[in-house]
Design a protein around this ligand. Structure first.
Ligand code: FPP
Length: 245
């Protein structure tokens, strides 16, 4: 029996290197990366993956040259303008995670509008991590919890893992089953730190703009061949009961 891949997280990396290798500007690399986003989302839907989280812009990315940040903002804006109508048709609900207060008022309005417009499309979920980092998310969650304690809504001793998760940007969303990173780097760069506790990790040297359906299939294949036990045993040596994850 194949394991079900319900939630895929992707660290899209390598746009810059893809462009440089072709003598193109980094802008061209990001544009090509945006096309891959559309292609890969379609492929995920075809394969019945219900949740996809894309790491599109980290809190660290704000430190890139202003011109590159502007290019990325333009790409997000036009993606949110154009492709979202398409996503809606495909029954995809959009969520944003990250510190949206750092975006312009226009982008923040767009985010809100899209979240509201796609609420109710519950079959597929696209979670865009924008101005996101796992530590920043955790700090913002702790701050919110602290405020609830201060106002008497919460008691510190009531804080369970479940309650803590409800303060995260991903509240209500399932944890990722598989995290893919393109471009050969083997690190998580502050992505979904809390949520990835049991995620399988898959690293591929393919640069994001080149990431194809068959690369996606290779990642899914590798995931399905792994055994996930969540710290338990697959079969009890005493044959009393079977614990499966
Ligand atoms: C990493 O490549 C990629 C980014 C920082 C931006 C990701 C953005 C996109 C894929 C395009 C737009 C996305 C959406 C959702 C419309 P890099 O620039 O760090 O590449 P490098 O490491 O080779 O320089």
């Amino acid at each position: 029996m194949h394991k079900k891949l319900n939630h895929l997280g992707i660290i899209m990396d390598g746009n810059g290197r893809w462009a440089t290798a072709r003598g193109l500007s980094r802008t061209e690399g990001h544009k090509a990366g945006a096309k891959t986003v559309t292609r890969v989302l379609e492929a995920c839907q075809k394969r019945g993956i219900h949740y996809v989280t894309l790491y599109a812009f980290s809190t660290e990315n704000w430190k890139r040259p202003a011109a590159e940040v502007a290019v990325l903002m333009d790409l997000f804006k036009s993606y949110l303008d154009k492709d979202v109508a398409e996503l809606q048709k495909k029954d995809i609900r959009i969520h944003f995670i990250g510190d949206r207060t750092r975006f312009t008022a226009e982008i923040q309005r767009q985010m809100k509008r899209i979240e509201e417009a796609t609420r109710g499309d519950e079959t597929y979920h696209l979670i865009l991590a924008l101005s996101y980092s796992g530590r920043d998310e955790l700090v913002r969650a702790m701050r919110r919890f602290g405020k609830d304690v201060q106002s008497g809504l919460r008691n510190p001793d009531d804080l369970t893992e479940e309650a803590a998760a409800s303060y995260l940007d991903t509240a209500g969303l399932p944890d990722p089953d598989l995290i893919v990173r393109t471009s050969g780097e083997q690190r998580l760069s502050n992505f979904l730190l809390w949520q990835m506790a049991y995620a399988e990790l898959y690293f591929t040297p393919v640069l994001w703009p080149d990431f194809s359906e068959s690369d996606l299939d290779a990642a899914i294949d590798s995931f399905q061949k792994r055994e996930r036990r969540f710290g338990t045993v697959t079969e009890s040596p005493f044959k009393t009961e079977t614990t499966v994850s």
